[in-house]
Design a protein around this ligand. Structure first.
Ligand code: NAG
Ligand code: NAG
Ligand code: NAG
Ligand code: NAG
Ligand code: NAG
Length: 367
């Protein structure tokens, strides 16, 4: 019922927008009526709906079918529901039942019958009394439905659950304040190395969502969580480099791409537990250590290392690639520190948002 009014509102407001346009710009799918007989108005409106719902970008009318709902927060008493990644479809097939226009009175009546489908995801945070009659307690609403919680801490189950969760986690969960990790945007990353200052900017790292989970161990009582993954990561962006690289004075500026194949990242996290404002338990991250094995191969594609000297640039680039392991060990550390810092702080945000009992179906130790 409510939707019908929303729809009428949308159509009316949009129609008035189209109405403002001078005849010259009126879209050609509108067949203007020569009178205000409902029969003609109904037909003209019905004819116009499919095209109109598609959107008229040149007139600033966005599509209504599908109608994308990026994020729609709804504050209800005691609960905040956020509807996101949503799509409403069906408007283009609405049946026009009645149209009346009273031009002198500035009245326009539109009645339509529609089947509308709204699909999307939602989160709900707060308390919702589902069964007020028998006074039963709060309903638990899942915040992260892509997590399949394990019923024990066997690595086999933890590995699978982690692997299943990675793609969605890497995509980001904007409604939970968790930013995307793949692609991960690097606005600017200055790297100070002995003798050379490199600034990497307008960059993008991709590949994390395809990381393979090799091992996960959770020792709940001891507050230890171990995660081992194998990843292919590509980092692309612009750079400037000033100083000396190995033996050569360098003053480069251009595009760069670094491809890391089968690197192994092992994270050893000290966890903690805490309660949120609602009294629900959460995982927390106290601190972490990591090891990073650069893997099988790193391929550098860097142009213009020496401004105006493509030959020397190519020679040095070739040298970098032939000695990729030594080279990477020299300058890789700050980059990897940065990457893991971002990953762990993203995981923190995730744990802040998603309660313990949605992550693991094992009683939480006393804390
Ligand atoms: C309005 O009148 C014009 C000219 O007589 C005619 O071509 C057109 O088809 C009419 N429009 C409608 C919707 O009947
Ligand atoms: C809505 O769906 C029902 C059942 O599928 C169908 O009978 C009806 O004609 C549809 N109405 C519209 C306006 O498309
Ligand atoms: C945990 O147990 C529940 C209930 O028995 C079951 O539905 C669920 O699939 C189990 N989870 C896993 C990851 O095995
Ligand atoms: C990384 O890429 C290599 C070569 O393309 C491929 O053999 C390997 O399976 C990939 N590893 C992962 C973790 O995706
Ligand atoms: C990691 O983050 C912490 C806290 O935000 C910060 O103090 C530290 O400098 C960061 N390290 C790197 C390498 O970015």
């Amino acid at each position: 019922m409510c939707l019908r009014y929303v729809l009428v509102f949308i159509l009316l407001s949009a129609a008035s927008r189209v109405g403002d346009c001078s005849a010259k710009y009126a879209p050609d799918f509108i067949h203007p009526c020569n009178n205000t007989e409902p029969a003609c108005l109904i037909k003209a409106t019905q004819d116009a709906i499919p095209q109109f719902c598609k959107g008229l970008p040149h007139l600033g009318v966005p599509p209504l079918d599908p109608f994308v709902i990026d994020e729609l927060p709804i504050q209800l008493p005691g609960i905040k529901v956020t509807f996101y990644e949503g799509k409403a479809t069906g408007l283009r097939k609405c049946q026009v039942i009645n149209v009346e226009a009273y031009l002198e009175k500035n009245v326009f009546i539109l009645e339509v019958r529609c089947n509308i489908t709204i699909k999307g995801k939602y989160t709900a945070v707060g308390r919702l009394l589902l069964f007020p009659i028998n006074g039963e307690g709060d309903s638990k609403i899942k915040i992260a439905d892509f997590i399949h919680p394990c019923n024990n801490t066997e690595p086999a189950c933890l590995i699978k659950a982690t692997q299943d969760a990675i793609p969605q986690f890497c995509k980001g969960l904007p409604h939970l304040g968790v930013p995307p990790l793949d692609p991960f945007v690097i606005d600017e990353l200055p790297i100070q190395l002995p003798g050379i200052k490199v600034t990497f900017y307008e960059g993008k790292a991709t590949g994390l969502r395809k990381c393979q989970v090799i091992n996960v161990e959770a020792y709940l009582e001891k507050n230890v969580f171990i995660l081992e993954v194998r990843c292919n990561i590509t980092i692309k962006g612009k750079y400037t480099a000033v100083g000396r690289l190995l033996l050569f004075p360098i003053n480069g500026e251009g595009d760069s791409k670094i491809k890391i194949v089968n690197s192994i990242i092992k994270l050893n996290i000290n966890t903690k537990y805490f309660k949120d404002a609602e009294g629900r338990d959460h995982f927390g991250i106290k601190n972490y250590k990591y090891t990073f094995d650069y893997g099988e191969r790193i391929v550098y594609t860097i142009n213009n290392l020496f401004k105006g000297n493509p030959e020397l640039s190519n020679t040095v680039l070739q040298f970098l690639n032939e000695n990729w392991r030594i080279v990477t060990e020299e300058f890789g550390q700050p980059v990897v520190d940065f990457a893991l810092n971002v990953t762990v702080s993203t995981a923190k945000k995730f744990f802040d948002a998603v309660p313990y009992d949605e992550l693991l179906n094992v009683p939480i130790p006393k804390y």
